[in-house]
Design a protein around this ligand. Structure first.
Ligand code: ARG
Length: 357
């Protein structure tokens, strides 16, 4: 209880200082009373908004933090049924997608409270492609294999293409989780083509436009929000150098290289590197042509430098996880590569949590 109060106090004080608000003593005594009586306390709407933004600003692994203060927060703490949650998720998807002009958005469901069942989203991201293991090979995204199996156990079934969108899955307390297929008209997807290689479009590749992480826990001032899906927009390498390229994901480098006519018989021809760059060019080109927000890794690094400058001017230390901040393509071309970062985690943040299944 004392721990909770201390976490609460640190957060509330930071909120009052950064927002130049009066009355912190009064608020703190209210928080103390509520904790003593109920074992928890309730954030005001403004505290919730600030807390969600602060948690982003504190996310050591995120290169996109320049935009922390523009996060749009939907307060869905009143949602109590699976139906309410599905509706809120659909609203999130529509608002965040914004016909391609992606808006950084979070939807916050009710926090863990003594005596109330937790709401959990079983999806890793709200939009994600299913993965199936089929005689030796894979269909779709191998990252989704376990979750896809769960969905099938719950009665969902996919078309077994490489790009089957998984349904929303919501669990409340110990109830059997409920699932709902995602309305197609709410989903932005970008078909991938290349500005110079006409054959690239025939590979039949695509990716969804908005990455909405839905399995992390948001902690604000000691309060735990286990269902708080949030999104920014993609950096091209996330798709071009990881999701589509990793051997244990879509593993597309060999195919792209062979279509390019590269000599793949020796590592030293650097065919992987050449194919990787063209894949990333295709991603950027396609997203831009379709008017879907995306950032390249050089621009993202410059934006991160502005974030570092802003924080310094505000008298705050930037913490960071170098191993995540450097882009997977040409890392040493960015300033991030040439610096050290303090990887201490501030307690208002987004955390991994145990899977509900
Ligand atoms: N790397 C993840 C993916 O490829 C998304 C993580 C969040 N990314 C972001 N740009 N907000 O799906």
């Amino acid at each position: 209880m004392n721990d909770l109060y201390n976490e609460a106090k640190a957060f509330i004080e930071q909120y009052y200082v950064e927002n130049e608000k009066d009355g912190v003593e009064e608020r703190l005594s209210g928080v103390k009373e509520e904790i003593n009586a109920h074992g928890t306390y309730t954030h005001t709407y403004d505290e919730l908004v600030f807390g969600a933004k602060l948690a982003w600003r504190n996310s050591n692994r995120c290169i996109g933090r320049l935009f922390w203060n523009s996060l749009h927060v939907f307060d869905e703490r009143e949602a109590s049924t699976e139906e309410d949650v599905f509706n809120a998720l659909e609203r999130h998807l529509e608002f965040a997608s914004n016909e391609g002009r992606i808006r950084p958005t979070i939807t916050v469901f009710r926090p863990s409270k003594p005596g109330e069942p937790d709401i959990r989203l079983w999806n890793h991201q709200l939009l994600r492609y299913a993965g199936y293991k089929e005689d030796g090979g894979y269909i779709g995204d191998p990252h989704s294999i376990d979750f896809t199996k769960k969905c099938e156990e719950l009665g969902w079934s996919g078309k077994k293409t490489d790009f089957d969108l998984l349904p929303f899955v919501v669990g409340i307390g110990d109830n059997e989780p409920k699932w709902k297929s995602i309305k197609e008209e709410l989903v932005l997807e970008v078909e991938l083509r290349h500005p110079d290689f006409p054959w690239f479009g025939d590979l039949g590749l695509k990716w969804y436009g908005v990455p909405i992480i839905s399995d992390m826990e948001l902690k604000i001032g000691g309060i735990s929000y286990k269902a708080a899906p949030f999104n920014g927009w993609y950096m091209e390498t996330e798709m071009g150098a990881r999701n589509l390229a990793d051997v244990e994901r879509y593993n597309l480098l060999p195919k792209v290289a062979s279509c390019m006519g590269l000599d793949t018989s020796r590592a030293s021809t650097l065919w992987k590197d050449k194919a990787l760059i063209e894949l990333n060019i295709a991603v950027l080109h396609s997203f831009k042509e379709d008017g879907v927000s995306v950032v390249d890794h050089h621009t993202a690094a410059q934006q991160f430098r502005l974030f570092e400058d802003n924080e310094e001017r505000a008298g705050r230390e930037v913490t960071g996880d170098w191993t995540w901040l450097i882009p997977p393509v040409s890392p040493a071309t960015t300033h991030i590569f040439h610096k050290a970062y303090d990887n201490t985690w501030k307690s208002t943040n987004y955390f991994y949590q145990d899977k509900p299944y």
